[in-house]
Design a protein around this ligand. Structure first.
Ligand SMILES: *Cc1c(COP(=O)(O)O)cnc(C)c1O
Length: 436
């Protein structure tokens, strides 16, 4: 029997990020200035991002070196294992081989730390003392808080009020790393005060929290802004996931037919899929399918048009060409908080338009049913976000049973669900809105 857990030594932590931009069949459309609606240049982003990250954002270099200080911190949890889901295969009675890359092994329990470490490092290099950010479910806020502490920066997190109240443990994690966390909308920013004037009990949204964090960064000299998904440089950093997974699949003697990941802003999907899509873009592996999975409650890729839109409610970010449900769209409160964003990464939107990948959307009831099956077979309790990838994987494995094909499926276990047990409880107690 081949190994169940496919591991790599620390010496195999990738030395470079893979930049898909120069390999795209057509170039990416530029972001537009929120005021003039003209294409923006690097200097337009300088008030809120350090130049090192801005240069990565627009880079056409195929491989971008990972600083050794960043690789040293990656040693705390990387390379992350790939597992063969033997018990799940057996339970599904499928000829498919199911593998998963396990990003839940990071200290904060998700893939988001991969980019948080790079962002904290690049800011520190340029003398930035403090980072401001938003967080929805709390995964990104806790990842950036951890990275800032490890790098010796201060961190300010605007946390969507609904999550701030419902998810005290993520909030406590952020404080454990000595970051400051406030409920958004807050009284600290003009954007927050404007929302509170309209509705003092506003539950907040990711779009509002982004406006607050951007404003915080723009008005303080010592502070820059950090974003946990969507942007080119964030997706770039996550490509260490797929580069490792490629080596691990090689060790297993297989190459995936189908790659599956959940989709909120596109970073864990891009991270796993882009290094494999590189082969497809080069003309090899033409049959490879890459599938991004989202909730029906926030169907950005499956129902949103691809057009220029803002990243936030206050219309303060550049306009990006992306699949979007509109920057004022506030999704229903499904439990996969990390998938409740109105937009999608321009890079992912571009690949979808080019027919190089696919998207699927599911109801949360069926997603949680699959999450439980996975936990019962494999032991690990998945994040509700990751459970979207699991549900799609199970469907494709069952289709392989129907057709008798020995498909190789690789999905991204982007995080664990230890702080989402309230969602599991509502599913187990029968109080969850299964059709949301
Ligand atoms: C944030 C998050 C997601 C969704 O964000 P992407 O940028 O699309 O990856 C998925 N899974 C987990 C565990 C997350 O924390």
């Amino acid at each position: 029997m081949t190994d169940t857990k496919i591991t790599l030594p620390e010496s195999e932590i990738p030395t470079h990020f893979y930049n898909i931009a120069p390999d795209l069949p057509t170039p990416l459309a530029p972001p537009l200035h929120p005021g003039t609606k003209k294409p923006i240049g690097p200097e337009d982003l300088a008030p809120i991002f350090p130049m090192g990250l801005i240069m990565q954002e627009v880079s056409q270099e195929p491989m971008i070196e990972i600083p050794s200080e960043v690789r040293d911190i990656y040693r705390l949890y990387r390379p992350s294992p790939v597992f063969r889901a033997r018990a799940l295969e057996e339970f599904l009675d499928t000829p498919a081989h199911i593998y998963y890359k396990s990003e839940h092994v990071s200290p904060v329990g998700s893939h988001k730390l991969n980019t948080a470490i790079v962002q904290a490092y690049m800011n520190k290099q340029e003398g930035v003392k403090r980072l401001a950010t938003e967080t929805g479910a709390g995964q990104w806020g806790s990842a950036l808080a951890c990275a800032c502490k490890l790098m010796g920066l201060e961190c300010m997190v605007y946390m969507v009020r609904a999550s701030y109240e419902q998810k005290p443990y993520r909030r406590i994690m952020i404080r454990t790393y000595e970051a400051e966390v406030v409920a958004s909308p807050s009284k600290l920013t003009a954007a927050g005060r404007a929302i509170l004037a309209e509705d003092p009990h506003s539950p907040g949204s990711l779009g509002v929290a982004i406006s607050e964090a951007v404003e915080d960064a723009a008005k303080r000299d010592d502070t820059k802004y950090a974003l946990g998904s969507v942007l080119n440089h964030v997706l770039l950093h996550q490509t260490i996931i797929g580069q490792e997974a490629k080596q691990q699949m090689e060790l297993a003697g297989e190459y995936p037919d189908i790659i599956i990941a959940s989709h909120g802003g596109g970073s864990n999907f891009a991270g796993l899929a882009f290094p494999f899509l590189k082969d497809k873009l080069k003309g090899d592996r033409k049959q490879l399918r890459a599938i991004a999975v989202e909730p029906i409650a926030c169907p950005t890729l499956t129902q949103g048009p691809r057009e220029y839109d803002f990243g936030d409610v206050a219309e303060s970010t550049p306009l990006m060409l992306m699949h979007t449900l509109g920057h004022r769209f506030i999704p229903p409160p499904v439990h996969a908080g990390g998938l409740r964003y109105h937009g999608s990464a321009p890079l992912v939107s571009h690949l979808l338009a080019a027919g190089l990948m696919e998207a699927e959307a599911y109801h949360q009831g069926e997603v949680f049913e699959s999450a439980l099956k996975f936990a019962q077979c494999e032991g690990t309790i998945p994040a509700p976000e990751s459970a979207h990838a699991i549900h799609s994987t199970i469907r494709h494995a069952l289709a392989a049973r129907e057709s008798g094909e020995r498909k190789v499926i690789l999905f991204n276990l982007s995080g664990h669900g230890h702080f989402d047990l309230g969602a599991y409880e509502s599913f187990l107690n029968g109080t969850m809105d299964l059709m949301a």
